[in-house]
Design a protein around this ligand. Structure first.
Ligand SMILES: Cc1cc2nc3c(=O)[nH]c(=O)nc-3n(C[C@H](O)[C@H](O)[C@H](O)COP(=O)(O)OP(=O)(O)OC[C@H]3O[C@@H](n4cnc5c(N)ncnc54)[C@H](O)[C@@H]3O)c2cc1C
Length: 412
């Protein structure tokens, strides 16, 4: 357990009249959303006590390198060195899981708080059997050792993490089989046509897909499929997504569905409690509905946004969901949401994996994905945002790489 204590905390002092006690802000979940929130409190000049509590023993880190750079090299995912927390007067308590939250008494983990931020993130979904999963740094170190040793890796799941690990493992000459009930990878998030691009990419690098396959049992390192066949390997990784860790919030009685319900300022149903990152189901003013996003950029931006709201300086959350991935030589950014019935518009060459793909519904851009094309994500997001104000695009011009994207935005 690591505790980094701040310098002595100022006590109540009398100078003629009683000075206001400095406030205590507690953050539960010491990862990207929690740590960026703590950082923002200080950057915004908050002078009170900041306590950041996390279940993991490691210093706070970000997770994207765990399935990419760390498996292939020495990417350093840590957000700050240990000394930074003391310098910032952020009390870091690691290796502690907060089990209870008393909203009425405003106490958590034995501490009285003025404001509380929950940033408890997600946990990987598991299957029965002794398989690997990938959520934390130690999982990644174990997987790195495995993919460095050759052999055969069976991956259950063809979502982002499954595919990123497949790419890293193939680059280390590990034989990879991916088992998935989908007909192409990422079918649920990108649809069949764009999912096929990822299937081709991975096949070209030697990945063996078992599409349309459910898993009946994992026995040691063998996976029995629903049709009766078995995939043998040396290791099995289960990569079937994650579930938000809302246990603490729900037990305390905060309003929650799949995530913790927050308004556009990241306030929960209790006015002193805020939530950010993977767990926050935000009442999004642009979408006019709740949006919960399990992506890096969302944690990076919503932690600071919640911190500003804790200080009474928040602004409504209008961010468009954003995601990125790197697999082999494919780099991709995706913004927006996939809406049923949206038409696919390709600008560039999808087969060559150098293009922008747009999803358009009734003339409104709902999502855009740039594959090996760079510095366009701001423009894609601007097009999506413009759609909320009634802006419609000409799809023929959208598909034409000769028409600059800014020309498709509303004029002044
Ligand atoms: C391997 C991997 C690769 C990824 N790659 C990408 C990518 O390429 N692009 C992208 O956009 N996104 C990616 N993501 C998703 C992104 O990392 C997450 O969306 C992000 O980490 C969410 O941050 P968070 O702070 O909300 O939660 P988390 O990072 O999940 O952190 C929550 C923290 O809270 C702690 N905690 C939970 N409950 C308690 C409690 N009761 N008491 C104390 N501590 C508690 C947890 O132990 C954890 O440390 C990836 C995720 C993984 C796992």
């Amino acid at each position: 357990m690591l505790w980094i204590e701040s310098p002595p905390f100022p006590t109540r002092a009398r100078r003629g009249k009683l000075e206001a006690m400095p406030e205590t802000f507690v953050i539960v979940g010491a990862s990207l959303a929690g740590t960026t929130a703590a950082e923002t409190l200080r950057a915004e000049g908050f002078e009170g006590r900041v306590l950041l509590i996390g279940e993991e023993e490691r210093l706070p880190y970000e997770r994207p390198p765990l399935s990419k750079g760390l498996l292939l090299g020495d990417a350093d995912p840590f957000l700050h060195p240990e000394s930074w927390y003391a310098d910032q007067r952020i009390e870091l308590r690691l290796g502690e899981r907060v089990e209870e939250l008393d909203l009425a008494a405003k106490r958590v983990h034995g501490v009285a708080y003025d404001k509380l931020l929950l940033a408890t993130g997600s946990r990987p979904r598991r299957l029965p059997g002794d398989a690997l999963s990938l959520r934390n740094y130690d999982d990644a170190l174990r997987l790195k050792e495995i993919v460095s040793g050759g052999g055969r890796l069976t991956i259950i799941g063809s979502g982002w993490i499954g595919l990123e690990v497949a790419a890293a493992a193939r680059q280390r000459d590990v034989a990879v089989t991916v088992i998935t009930p989908e007909t192409v990878p990422l079918q649920n998030v990108l649809g069949t046509k764009v999912g096929a691009v990822f299937a081709d990419l991975h096949r070209a690098h030697g990945v063996d897909f078992r599409f349309g396959s459910g898993v009946e049992a994992i026995t040691g390192t063998a996976v029995r499929l629903t049709g009766g066949s078995t995939v043998d390997g040396d290791h099995v990784l289960v990569a079937i997504g994650a579930a938000p860790d809302i246990e603490l919030a729900a037990r305390a009685g905060l309003a929650a569905d799949a995530g913790v319900l927050v308004d556009a300022h990241h306030r929960t149903s209790d006015p002193s409690v805020f939530a950010a990152g993977d767990i926050a189901s935000v009442d999004h003013p642009l979408y006019g509905t709740r949006i919960r996003v399990e992506h890096w950029a969302n944690a990076l931006d919503s932690g600071p946004a919640a911190a500003r709201s804790m200080l009474g300086r928040g602004t409504p959350w209008t961010r468009i969901p954003y995601f990125f991935t790197d697999q082999y030589d494919l780099g991709m950014e995706y913004a927006g949401t996939l809406e049923p019935g949206a038409e696919l518009i390709v600008r560039g060459d999808l087969a060559k994996r150098e293009c922008i793909v747009f999803w358009v519904l009734d003339g409104r851009v709902t999502a855009g994905m740039n594959i090996n094309v760079w510095d366009v994500t701001d423009q894609i997001q601007a097009l999506i945002t413009a759609g909320f104000t009634g802006h419609r695009v000409d799809v023929a011009r959208l598909a034409d790489p000769a028409v600059p994207l800014p020309d498709l935005l509303p004029g002044d």
